[in-house]
Design a protein around this ligand. Structure first.
Ligand SMILES: Cc1cc2nc3c(=O)[nH]c(=O)nc-3n(C[C@H](O)[C@H](O)[C@H](O)COP(=O)(O)O)c2cc1C
Length: 337
């Protein structure tokens, strides 16, 4: 029997397949199906900073109006202490998942400023989350903002949380940093225990009929994995952080490549939304079969064996490969001569 276990954020997981933050964790039955299909941990959907703020504003307005006085309404408006906030509902869901599942549940905070997170971080820890994933999902749209200021913002949120929360913290990052490896090392020094590479940014689209900018969600394809695999290969062995990949992992081949590059776990989302929890079982069976066929005894044996530090030609992960790729292009008949 091949040993599929892996270490992630200090947790020993049965295998490297972990459903990432998505609506799948909102439904307890679906979460249970994921566990039954072999998920080794579960990342919850996020608690969003904007939603907390919007609700807080609405809440304030509501009680302000009540204080001004509508004598009749006072009797049927819910009282302050009955109020079940967005955060309370998130913590309740975390609690239910904890009760329902044997696998570790990782909570997710999604926001860009440190304010407020400390409190929620602590509450999430108390509610029994095995770890905390922090997703800054930040678009640097201000022309005055320097790259350094963006990095400092990430570090500030992390540092604040680290001071108050003792469970492992992992950062879900964008690929759009000038020097991702250096920045990740800074995150490690600031107390991060892991990184998830990379956020998929949803690109707004232009509707040519209405000329409106419309939000659009497209699920991923395997083509997106190579960006992640390259940066994992470059990172592996250079930090002690746990490494997760997220974005485009659909097939067993995608999963194996990420492990060879050095990933500790592979996050799955689009494939599970498309094909359902059972797909996880299929991927695990295929992974075990591939390892057996290629005479590996464990994931550990495979992990990082094609990272840059172990590659026969390390430059393949850098610019050298760029020239080879351009040179290797051959046009389809009749286009270029
Ligand atoms: C419908 C949907 C909801 C998502 N919700 C969250 C979320 O709440 N928090 C978060 O950090 N990522 C969220 N994600 C991103 C996924 O966790 C994942 O990182 C991304 O989809 C890339 O993985 P994939 O290619 O396997 O889909 C969501 C993705 C989808 C498609």
């Amino acid at each position: 029997m091949v040993d599929l276990s892996t270490q992630y954020l200090g947790l020993k997981l049965n295998n490297p397949l972990v459903p990432s933050a998505s609506p799948l964790s909102k439904d307890l039955d679906t979460a249970k199906q994921l566990e039954d299909a072999g998920a080794s941990a579960l990342v919850m959907h996020s608690l969003f900073e904007e939603r907390i703020e919007t609700e807080a504003r609405r809440h304030e307005r509501f009680f302000h109006q009540q204080a001004i006085g509508h004598a009749e309404a006072d009797s049927f408006h819910p009282l302050h202490f009955d109020y079940d906030s967005y955060q309370d509902r998130y913590l309740e869901k975390l609690h239910q998942l904890k009760m329902q599942l044997d696998i570790p549940v990782i909570a997710s905070l999604n926001g860009t400023t440190p304010e407020g997170w400390i409190e929620y971080g602590k509450a999430i820890q108390q509610a029994g989350a095995a770890a905390l994933e922090l997703n800054a999902y930040y678009i640097a749209a201000d022309i005055e903002l320097t790259a350094q200021a963006v990095e400092e913002q990430y570090l500030k949120v992390l540092t604040e949380l680290r001071r108050h929360v003792s469970i492992p913290i992992t950062m879900k990052l964008s690929s759009q940093f000038s020097s991702p490896l250096h920045f990740i090392r800074k995150l490690e020094q600031a107390g991060a225990n892991g990184v998830a590479l990379f956020n998929r940014f949803y690109q707004p689209d232009i509707d040519l009929e209405s000329l409106l900018i419309i939000p659009k969600i497209n699920l991923s394809t395997s083509a997106e994995t190579l960006l992640r695999i390259r940066w994992v290969a470059l990172l592996y062995g250079r930090v002690k952080l746990s490494i997760a990949v997220t974005g485009g992992f659909h097939t067993v081949e995608d999963v194996i490549k990420a492990l060879l590059a050095g990933a500790d776990v592979i996050h799955l989302c689009s494939i599970l939304l498309e094909k359902g929890p059972q797909q996880l079982k299929q991927l695990l069976n295929e992974l075990a079969y591939w390892l057996e066929q290629h005479e590996y005894e464990s994931i550990q044996q495979l992990k990082g064996s094609l990272s840059q530090q172990h590659a026969i030609n390390p430059a393949d992960y850098e610019r050298a490969n760029y020239i080879e790729i351009l040179d290797s292009y051959s046009s389809s008949g009749g286009v270029l001569r």
